[in-house]
Design a protein around this ligand. Structure first.
Ligand code: FAD
Ligand code: DLZ
Ligand code: SF4
Length: 512
């Protein structure tokens, strides 16, 4: 036999490097549903159903093109339950001249792949994942000798290199970044378009039954299932985003409305991250909408920055910092993840809404992840490893390369400032301004202390007091520490007492 080509669940791209020179008459493509990948963290039921269904559809497309695919279903007899086990069975069955695989999205999988040459006594070729615009090596070269890895400068290089939104070597419109025009609070009566809603076909239904049967104790709802599972469907979702949402993407990027989980976001991360959509085709569609006059520059630039800026940047940080990044804990935070992250009762309406939507959709938008769920974890000092595990399993777009820098770096500042120049800590005022959650909350957003005060208010100052030694030299926090130093002893005592009382009750309400 020829070559054994392994395609992982987040490598569902027909143009992926490991398929490029495939000889249909000699090579075997291996795809496998394995228990280990579904349970090394107990992924949300909808995430497993999404990936298994997308994998099965992709395998059917490959077969339709004439490729030979060994597709191992989760409940197939003999399924060993792990990627290494399945590669081993395929090597035994086919005796390939070599194994080809594309660079994976998680360090733990890369380690396994690197062991295969010895384990199977076979040549293993790991090809670069050139679906990304910046390789780990190129990022390392960019990062070398820089004191700070600021995303904005990285982003400008990507714009120049790929000639995106550029005009005669200058940024379109004269500025690199239009965030000053973005991020309005939600307006009353805003009409948010309905999200893309895929039809559930027989293949997806079969997978949903399998997931209900095998992973019934995992977090999250399977129904309703709304995600695209083929490239054609994902491209349709992209078109719908461009037509219906992109124009307002910038304006309401940070806004949160109760009962509106989707807002004007694209909901394309599911497809970008598993390979159904290509980043360049996605930003190309947005840029075209700008040139056609269908979306303003602030929206289009903001959207493109998320994809060629943040998305590429966090991947670069992940591969630059691993494996020690997984242990980062700048604040030595040790609190257990509270039960409320699993849907446990809480009086805090913002957290209740964001957890409920996460449970239903395996999705929450960026500001819900960062400024509600993440801000709470930061201020209450939850153990970063537990926070990472939660984010990795609850979101259908989560793979470690993208999840970890967003959690450890951007949200928890557990890396001490690799990603962010200061922690994204905020009191209730921010959530009150950017959402309507506070109107339905039993706490009072404007109240600073006492049993009815919004917990974010005193937890914010308590966090700054507790971590003063680590933070007060940070120039970006000098204003807040100056404000803190004007507070009298009684005020400080009220903050500390409220925080202690709240954290004790949180602890007693049960842990994960
Ligand atoms: P949009 O708001 O429409 O943005 C467009 C695209 O830009 C996204 O699809 C995504 O590909 C990219 N993007 C935007 N922000 C980021 C970012 N910070 N990092 C990387 N890509 C970005 N994103 C994931 O894809 N997987 C994760 O596991 C993940 N975990 C996160 C955890 C935390 C704590 C935070 C704060 C952010 C996380 N993000 C993650 C980033 C971001 O929240 C999601 O990409 C976004 O919410 C996905 O929804 P969307 O497709 O509607 O995004
Ligand atoms: C997330 C996931 C799940 C739930 N199941 C599988 C699987 O059964 N088979 C597979 O090849 N990939 C799966 N994945 C995606 C992998 O975990 C992903 O490829 C690695 O995390 C590397 O990014
Ligand atoms: Fe959240 Fe505080 Fe507003 Fe309640 S008052 S919704 S806890 S920010």
């Amino acid at each position: 036999m020829g070559v054994l080509r392994l395609i992982l669940g987040d490598q569902l791209s027909h143009s992926i490097a490991s398929l490029r020179d495939c000889a249909p008459d000699r090579d075997v493509i291996l795809m496998c549903e394995v228990r280990e990948e579904a349970t090394y963290v107990k992924h949300h039921k909808k995430k497993i159903a999404f990936l298994f269904s997308a994998m099965r559809h992709f395998s059917a497309e490959l077969k339709h093109k004439g490729c030979r695919v060994d597709y191992i279903k989760l409940d197939d007899e003999g399924n060993s339950g792990s990627l290494t086990g399945e590669v081993g069975r395929a090597v035994e069955q086919h005796d390939p001249e070599k194994i080809v695989v594309t660079f994976p999205g998680e360090y733990r999988v890369l380690k396994d792949i690197h062991s295969w040459a010895d384990v199977f006594d076979a040549e293993v070729e790991v090809r670069p994942d050139d679906r990304f615009l910046c390789s780990p090596e190129a990022f390392k070269a960019w990062a070398k000798d820089r004191k700070q890895l600021r995303m904005e400068f990285f982003y400008r290089e990507m714009r120049r290199k790929y000639a995106i939104l550029m005009n005669d070597g200058k940024p379109e419109g004269g500025q690199w970044n239009y965030d000053a025009d973005n991020r309005s609070p939600p307006k009353a009566g805003l009409h948010v378009p309905l999200p893309y809603n895929a039809q559930v076909d027989c293949m997806t239904r079969e997978v949903m039954d399998l997931v209900a049967d095998q992973f019934g104790d995992h977090f999250g709802h399977l129904e309703p299932f709304h995600l695209a599972v083929t490239r054609d469907q994902a491209r349709y979702a992209l078109r719908k985003f461009i037509e219906q949402r992109l124009a307002h993407f910038g304006d309401y990027q940070d806004a949160m409305i109760e009962g509106e989980p989707w807002m004007y976001h694209s909901h394309l991360s599911f497809y970008l991250n598993c390979g159904l959509l290509d980043p360049l085709e996605t930003v190309g569609a947005a840029e075209q909408a700008y040139h056609d006059g269908r979306a303003p520059l602030n929206a289009v630039e903001g959207f493109i920055r998320q994809i060629i800026g943040w998305r590429e940047y966090v991947r670069g940080v992940y591969w630059l910092q691993m494996p020690q990044y997984a242990q980062a804990n700048f604040f030595n935070a040790t609190r257990q993840l509270p039960w409320l992250y699993w849907g446990g009762e809480t009086r805090m309406n913002c957290l209740r809404q964001c957890v409920k939507e996460t449970e239903e959709n395996a999705y929450a938008h960026h500001i819900q992840r960062l400024m509600v769920l993440g801000n709470f974890a930061l201020l209450t000092g939850i153990d970063p490893q537990q926070v990472n595990e939660w984010y990795l399993l609850v979101y259908a777009d989560a793979y470690e390369w993208v999840e970890m820098p967003n959690v450890t770096g951007m949200t928890l500042f557990a890396d001490g400032g690799v990603v962010g120049s200061k922690p994204y800590a905020a009191g209730g005022n921010y959530i009150n301004k950017m959402s309507n959650y506070c109107a339905n909350c039993s706490y009072r957003a404007a109240q600073k202390n006492g049993p009815d005060a919004c917990p974010f208010n005193y937890l914010y100052w308590d966090f700054l007091i507790r971590n003063r030694k680590k933070l007060d030299g940070n120039p970006r926090l000098s204003m807040v520490y100056r404000t803190l130093s004007t507070m009298n002893d009684a005020k400080i005592k009220a903050i500390r007492d409220d925080a202690r009382r709240f954290l004790k009750a949180l602890q007693e309400s049960g842990k994960s």
